[in-house]
Design a binder for this molecule. Sequence first.
Ligand SMILES: N[C@@H](CCC(=O)N[C@@H](CS)C(=O)NCC(=O)O)C(=O)O
Length: 256
Amino acid sequence: MIELYHFWSSVCSVRCRMALEEKRVKWTSRYIDLFKFDQLKPEYLALNPDGVVPTLVHDGAPVRESTIINEYIDAAFPGPALVPGNPLKQARMREFIRKCEDDFDAIVKLTMVKYILPKLRNRWSEAELIAQAARRPMRYYRDIHARGVRGEITSEELAQARATIEGLLDRLETILDPGPWIVGDEFSLADIAAAPYMFRLSALGSDQFWSRERRPHVHDWYERLSARPSFQTAVSWPDESGGGYEEVGLRAKALT
Ligand SMILES: N[C@@H](CCC(=O)N[C@@H](CS)C(=O)NCC(=O)O)C(=O)O
């Protein structure tokens, strides 16, 4: 029994859905609606004490942290290898995954203001959002949600987040020459780690980040990446209300 506790638009959940699709693993969706604070319910905190998604539960055993979950998925299930056999390529893959993790805060900040807060504000009062921010187990989320709701994420912080992302894309532009994938000729967990960031950034306007003229290698890589059926499946969701379990099943069926 393979269960994924996830939220449709969460970047870390997209990461794990993409790895599951690449391996053609059939999984059962356990929807954690971050806009309803399901991640703070005691039964979910028992699985993931940080109160974040995703969590993979395999035969009752929880695995946490999206990039660790993806290594687990690759090791535990048959299907195409997502970790290269060559130790140097493995090191390159993990270096890049680490870089993605280090830069996660920049993605959160950029999308907090433009995407997450407007959706939360549509549903909840400011007082409720402040109260829920204080319930987050992680100091990082207590702080960023409270400051976001109070409008305290400064333009300097956003400029810094933007600079961090530009740095990540510059790094990618260098690494992807000659490509076609991050560790060379093999598609790997490094491409999957970056995929949801790219999808989020594309929603903010991909042309400003990787036009063919500005970052040609990133541009061509993103075309290859986003054409993969696993990417299409991982970034498509029916709605944010928690429905669509059947659709997940249908997609899994279509891929087998
Ligand atoms: N390092 C963790 C980060 C997980 C994380 O921060 N997930 C976000 C969604 S992408 C979340 O659950 N946020 C909860 C909240 O905002 O309260 C991972 O890679 O799994």
